[in-house]
Design a protein around this ligand. Structure first.
Ligand SMILES: [Zn+2]
Length: 137
């Protein structure tokens, strides 16, 4: 089943040494979409708790993204969120099999970056999730 969380946050960023308006500190209203496909845990009746996904996103609300991400382009924000979601998967025994994760970040209404990862079971002991497909649009 597929779980989707759509969230809007306001956050500032700047890109050091970038010659353009994004080189200076400014804010965006970011729209973030997360899709997680996986099996429903019969004990919880959930693939993943919406709250766990929202928490990762909301942590960035009204923050300076440079405090979280070294060079906070929309692309690197996608990577940061993917990392956090993979981490959540590894450390939460309530989450069963995850088949895929998609993160889309809108920097503005008409510009977004997206990456999706498909994965098979991986190794629960070492926490390595072999990626069989990775696509960036
Ligand atoms: Zn910007």
């Amino acid at each position: 089943m597929k779980v989707r969380v759509e969230r809007k946050i306001d956050a500032a960023h700047f890109l050091p040494d970038y010659s353009g308006p994004c080189g200076r500190m400014h804010g965006h209203s970011w729209k973030i979409i997360v899709e997680i496909e996986g099996s429903v845990n019969p004990e919880t009746g959930m693939v993943i708790d919406f709250r766990d996904v929202k928490r990762i996103i909301d942590e960035l609300d009204h923050q300076l993204l440079n405090d979280f991400i070294e060079y906070p382009t929309a692309e690197n924000l996608v990577r940061y969120l993917l990392d956090k979601l993979l981490d959540l998967r590894i450390h939460n025994p309530k989450i069963q099999e995850i088949k895929g994760i998609l993160v889309r970040v809108y920097e503005s209404e008409d510009c977004y970056v997206e990456e999706s990862l498909e994965m098979h079971g991986g190794c629960d002991e070492c926490g390595v999730y072999p990626l069989i497909h990775s696509a960036t649009k």
